[in-house]
Design a protein around this ligand. Structure first.
Ligand code: PMP
Length: 299
């Protein structure tokens, strides 16, 4: 049987139910995380568990949601759940939401529930091994004047969904969104990196991005391999003239992009730096790189 963790208890996944009128379902008023656990050969380890629950707490804090559980307690619950579900590798989804069926936007006095699910999950993009086709979206990424971009809030993702759907309808695999001021921001659920002349470039914090934990991992892994990384504003046309492009994210891991707006990127195949970093990342998540071993929490 598969379990979920809900408000402090492990319960069967199929009995973890809410009302169809739930506030967070109607209005997107939840905050969540996406975390992966990997089979390292020495047991299952959750990748950057503490950093994910730190961001979860920050997202809750931004919205003034009081969770009632600390990051350490939630981290332990996630480990317990992976073990209880006997998963060797999986995707972990913590979610905090207004578990209240009363109509009305106001949240005062409404119950907040916290749940964690852990499920089997393969590659996010089925074309990951050959590289994906992207389309710059006509929908801009939300910006801090509209919604807090640093919070991983459910409502933000309606912006991602409309961009992804537009890209899919146009025959692309994924969208690339521009920031409010027209610079490259990120994918709907991924950060983006460009490679040119042996160096990496990624949109800076000022480009309305979610500060991805995989983004941070790749910056540190690249620097450890002597590759320089600059975080700055990126013009759309730089996507077209880069030698390599890839997305990073917990779900996407490292996904090469070989086409943007119908233009071939570099050689149109997975480039050497992308391959080097994918291999290095695969070693890190499986505990084979001592320098980054403390990013793993064994369940
Ligand atoms: N940007 C957005 C909008 C995302 O939803 C995600 C996925 N959480 C990312 C970037 C990548 O973040 P991470 O590497 O922490 O998964």
């Amino acid at each position: 049987m598969q379990y979920a963790w809900l408000d402090g208890k492990f319960i069967p996944l199929e009995s973890a139910k809410v009302s169809i009128l739930t506030h967070s379902m109607q209005y997107g008023s939840g905050i969540f995380e996406g975390i992966r656990a990997y089979d390292t050969g020495r047991g299952t380890a959750i990748f950057r568990l503490k950093d994910h629950f730190r961001r979860f707490e920050e997202s809750a804090g931004i919205y003034g949601m009081s969770l009632g559980y600390g990051a350490a307690e939630l981290g332990e619950a996630a480990c317990g759940l992976v073990k209880k579900n006997r998963l060797k590798s999986c995707y972990i989804r913590p979610f905090a939401f207004y578990n209240d069926a009363r109509i009305g936007l106001g949240v005062s006095g409404k119950k907040i529930s916290v749940m964690i699910a852990a499920i089997e999950f393969g590659s996010y993009f089925k074309e990951k091994e050959r590289g994906i086709k992207c389309k710059v979206s006509s929908w801009h990424r939300i910006n801090s004047g509209i919604l807090p971009v640093r919070a991983k809030a459910s409502g933000n993702y309606i912006n991602s969904i409309i961009a992804s759907k537009e890209a899919a309808d146009a025959g692309a695999d994924e969208a690339i969104m521009l920031s409010g001021n027209g610079y490259v921001a990120e994918g709907p659920g991924e950060n983006i990196f460009l490679e040119k002349n042996g160096s990496l470039i990624t949109p800076s914090e000022s480009s309305d991005i979610l500060l991805g934990i995989t983004r941070d991992s790749i910056i540190k892994i690249a620097q450890s391999r002597g590759i320089t990384v600059s975080e700055r504003e990126v013009h759309r046309e730089e996507l077209y003239t880069s030698s390599e492009l890839f997305f990073t994210g917990t779900a996407a891991e490292i996904t090469p992009i070989t086409d943007v707006d119908g233009r071939r990127i570099g050689s149109g195949t997975i480039g050497p730096i992308t391959r080097l970093l994918s291999n290095a990342f695969a070693e890190v998540i499986r505990g084979k790189d001592k320098a980054f071993f403390d990013w793993l929490s064994f369940v």
